[in-house]
Design a protein around this ligand. Structure first.
Ligand SMILES: [Zn+2]
Ligand SMILES: [Zn+2]
Length: 311
């Protein structure tokens, strides 16, 4: 079965920023230092010790959304964790990748919005963002929290990645969000849920009692049309200074709506729909065949389809 490829969703602004980043001389030493000293095993053991790992018997309502996304993107399944924290999620690790959802996200978003977050995070994996993303995340955390960050390699990376490389990494990292949003919209077959997600990150909770309007937010995004490439870098640099955890909400909304109106989108949406429509185990999300009494991936008993009544 065909799957999404990175080139299907890679945003040209992401690509150009990455090419620029890769020409910078300090980057390779930061990459080497990351590979040498950064322990993905250490991160994993701390996640296993502190966070809740989702699976067929741990929040299956959420976990089961992940395998179909990985199937559509042709990527290895990352581990999925839940940690106590604000409305946010992150993906870390280059060779051993994991996604962490923060607890407030579960109350703040509807289930299809959580699915869009997972597809967005997997979009980063599909586009091979993880190496530079992981380095950028460590550097940003260290810069923001200083000594409190307590990340073993943080100070080494901070000293190796000089000012311009750091800025280029963070700028690229924010631009890479555009490609991950594309992956999410294509998988869900509709930019509407991604737009809703931006709206949620702007502060409106799913089911909020206050009068609110997603369409108004989309219209607001149109006003950002003027904020295009020539001014992007300055804008992003300002945002980095603000330590924004949800950058570019209105710009991303506008970008995803424009891209989903292009001809290639329908082909990808059809591919996503095909994967999503397969019959799946309700606990682990993997494919099951009609007639299976138990899921061959997680062992959960499958309910046989109701027989049609013959009158
Ligand atoms: Zn992202
Ligand atoms: Zn299963």
């Amino acid at each position: 079965m065909s799957v999404f490829t990175a080139s299907d969703v890679l945003h040209p602004i992401d690509e150009a920023a990455r090419r620029h980043l890769e020409t910078m001389s300090g980057l390779q030493s930061a990459v080497k230092a990351y590979h040498k000293a950064y322990s993905e095993r250490l991160i994993r053991s701390s996640q296993l010790a502190e966070n809740l790992r989702l699976g067929p018997r741990q929040l299956p309502e959420i976990y089961r959304l992940l395998p179909p996304i990985c199937e559509a993107f042709g990527i290895a399944e990352p581990e999925l964790f839940l940690a106590m924290g604000p409305v946010n999620a992150f993906t870390i690790g280059h060779t051993r990748t994991s996604i962490t959802l923060y607890s407030e996200l579960l109350d703040h978003l509807s289930l299809d919005e959580i699915e869009a977050v997972l597809a967005h995070e997997c979009g980063h994996i599909l586009c091979e963002h993880m190496l530079y993303h992981s380095i950028a995340q460590v550097i940003e955390l260290a810069a923001r929290l200083g000594a409190q960050a307590n990340i073993p390699i943080a100070s080494t990376l901070l000293s190796l990645a000089s000012g311009p490389v750091r800025v280029a990494l963070s700028t690229w990292s924010r631009k890479s969000e555009l490609s991950a949003d594309r992956a999410a919209a294509a998988y869900l077959g509709d930019p509407e849920v991604v737009t809703r997600l931006m709206f949620r990150f702007a502060g409106i909770k799913h089911g909020s009692r206050f009068t609110h309007d997603v369409a108004q937010f989309s219209a607001q995004a149109l006003e950002y049309e003027a904020l295009r490439e020539s001014r992007w870098d300055r804008f992003l640099q300002w945002q980095i200074g603000q330590s924004s955890t949800h950058p570019l909400l209105a710009v991303r909304t506008r970008e995803i709506q424009a891209w989903s109106a292009t001809p290639g989108f329908d082909r990808l949406a059809a591919l996503g729909a095909q994967v999503r429509a397969a019959s799946r185990c309700g606990a682990c999300g993997h494919r099951v065949d009609i007639g299976w009494r138990h899921c061959q991936t997680c062992g959960t008993a499958q309910t046989p389809p109701a027989l049609e009544r013959v009158s």
